[in-house]
Design a protein around this ligand. Structure first.
Ligand SMILES: [Zn+2]
Length: 307
């Protein structure tokens, strides 16, 4: 009788143990699957290739914008190639190694500038400069180039891509450094610099605006606002000595791009040499302009094309 009771006790204990083990195991399995599911949800939400690409592009867009603004500031404090208002003594040797930005030689008052039509038939030949501005607020249709978030006019972006990949095959990387800039962004940068000069040098608004125009082109007067120009690789004067520049000099016209601002033509364009700034005009005109040795304005005048 005692033996039977003992056996019953053992069976009961074993049963209890089995039930407990089963409960614990099923609990553990449940937790495992919950974790697995939640990590899958995390991957598809934020770390999927599509999502991470978007995040990356946004970041690079922001940093490009910041970089442009920063380089503008650097140039505004260090550039001494502007004779009238320059207040510091940086040597020209220093200037040649610092980052340069566009400098126009004259500021034409806003009410005296011609407003161009970016939608004209030969849209690829539109000229904006100190005396010719885009309509305020004009935004071209844009597209990203070469797998980056840098944008150009959607009709030009495929040509940049073609050039980029052709150069790549020759071992040259034509990093798109700065493409389209919005009218609004240009306006903010220009106004900020004008106000900075007003307080720093005790200038009137008109004087400060003229000084600012030597560093940042007034809004609407930059080819970057049109979406037809790209600063390639960097904005250092030393770019003229790089292999990327040599490649562009030899091949850019095959893809419709011309070097826009050279030392020889500074008196016509009003812009200091910019070896990094390449402007799209289309294959036909790029070849003609290159062979003519003229700058864009001179060429169009010589053949009687209105711009
Ligand atoms: Zn440029």
């Amino acid at each position: 009788m005692k033996k039977t009771t003992d056996l019953n006790k053992i069976i009961t204990v074993l049963t209890v143990l089995c039930v407990c083990t089963a409960v614990i195991l099923s609990g553990l399995i449940g937790v495992y699957f919950m974790k697995k599911n939640s990590s899958v949800a995390f991957v598809s939400g934020a770390d999927s290739p599509r999502a991470s690409t978007t995040v990356k592009q946004t970041t690079s867009e922001v940093s490009t914008t910041e970089k442009s603004a920063e380089s503008t500031t650097v140039a505004s404090t260090q550039s001494t190639t502007v004779p009238v208002f320059s207040n510091n003594n940086t040597t020209s040797a220093t200037v040649s190694t610092t980052q340069s930005t566009t400098q126009s030689t004259t500021l034409i008052p806003e009410n005296e500038r011609i407003v161009v039509n970016p939608e004209q038939e030969l849209w690829n030949l539109v000229v904006v400069n100190a005396g010719r501005e885009m309509p305020e607020g004009y935004v071209p249709e844009l597209a990203c180039v070469a797998g980056t978030s840098v944008k150009m006019d959607y009709r030009v972006a495929p040509w940049y891509d073609k050039m980029y990949y052709a150069a790549k095959r020759d071992g040259i990387t034509l990093t798109p450094y700065s493409g389209y800039r919005s009218y609004e962004r240009q306006k903010i940068n220009y106004n900020n610099l004008t106000e900075k000069y007003m307080s720093r040098y005790s200038l009137s608004r008109a004087e400060a605006a003229a000084k600012a125009a030597t560093v940042i082109l007034p809004p609407g007067t930059s080819e970057h606002n049109l979406g037809l120009a790209m600063d390639i690789c960097n904005t250092y004067d030393s770019f003229a000595g790089q292999k990327e520049f040599a490649w562009l000099t030899e091949h850019a016209h095959e893809y419709g791009f011309i070097l826009r601002y050279t030392a020889e033509k500074q008196s016509v364009t009003g812009i200091v040499p910019e070896p990094w700034h390449w402007r799209y005009v289309g294959v036909e005109y790029a070849e003609k302009i290159k062979n003519s040795g003229l700058c864009l304005e001179e060429y169009l005048d010589s053949v009687g094309i209105a711009y």
